[in-house]
Ligand binder design. Sequence first.
Ligand code: HAM
Length: 416
Amino acid sequence: MILKPKGTKDIYGFDAKYKLKLEEIIKEIANSYNYTYIDTPVFEHSELFHRGMGDTTDVVSKETYDFKDRGDRSLTLRPEGTASVARWFIENKLYGNLTEPIKSFYINKFYRYDRPQAGRYREFTQFGSEIIGTNDPIADAESISLAYTVLEFLGIDNLNIYINSLGDTESRENYKKALLEYLKPHKEELCNDCEERIEKNPLRVLDCKIDGHKEIIKDAPKTIDYLNEDSLKHYNKVKQYLDLMDINYTEDFNLVRGLDYYTHTVFEINHGDDLSIVGGGRYNGLIELLDGPKTPAVGFAMGIDRVINLLNEKEVNLNIKDNIDVFIIHVSETEKETAVYLAQDLRLNGLVVETDFFDKGIKGGFKSADRLNAEYVILLNDNDLKENLVTIKDNKTKDEEKVKMFDVAEYLNMRL
Ligand code: HAM
């Protein structure tokens, strides 16, 4: 038997309904913020992610699915969407005549060779959004607001928004120096990876899965103390805009996020203290790093699999329809032929209709109708059909009526 690869899953049953409904809700809310949908390739040239996200990050150094295609090109299954959207922006020269920022969103599958566990998969889905072309703190606040609004709309409680600022390049470099000086004497206490990392990128020690929780990290220098005047102003404005939108947040001065491209605002939305549902921030240097012109940008990504797990745990319904409107029962072959075109007609009239695939007859048909929670049952009968009549039975009250074939759709639509 061939099983699915480790860290992947089949989405079916109620999870599949959640997924489709979630996509609908996300599209509607993203539309109200005026974001347009973008779909980028599942694989890109490896260099895009390796350079964009940073070679010292866990995602790039340990988790990318890198492969050579038959033309000997180095390709990578996308581990995230930000670098792809930045590539799209540069490749299509969208920077040429930017009169408004470009606001886009995506709902895609992503791939990371991570250790599978609850809520952590090797193939997972993210809803992400990116605003490119503005450094206005209003964009940082809007990003947080969009992610939070979706989660709130879904009825997920116990949400905590954590924010911090890494500042601009100057502030970040000053902070990095201070952090390096602080970490050097503690080198021996760090894990092997971090011992190597501190010279290359000391920030990565702060979000290391092993060292990140150690006391030495808790006492490390804080980014907020190294922000220059402009960076502090930017950060304060983001907080002010969040206050104006009545969005509560907690400042976490140890939050640096695990990817290299961040500048200024970084944020996470957790369920409870630990489960990260959303991660995002500003990345003013990424587009330049990928050979585009210097262009400010900000965005986030939400883990859809984690959201679905939470909806399941809380048994949130989201008004998902899990029954059918009509089940059509036939006995003879001519009745079955009628069922075929009647079902087609009713479906075109917006009804959810099922027919009998196993010629179960009347008793079996009613059992199917009950299993599928049908609101109505249509009983076809050759004698009635001669007069163009069908019997419609309310499956709850068991009341029944004979209705002219041409009136069936209207009859049902008025009652459902
Ligand atoms: P990230 O923090 O790597 O950020 O991922 C964002 C979210 O994706 C996480 O909070 C989590 O919910 C979900 N996620 C990540 N890895 C997995 C996994 N292995 N299994 C299930 N869910 C996962 C980014 O990806 C950035 N591109 C976000 C961003 C957009 N920053 C700016 N724009």
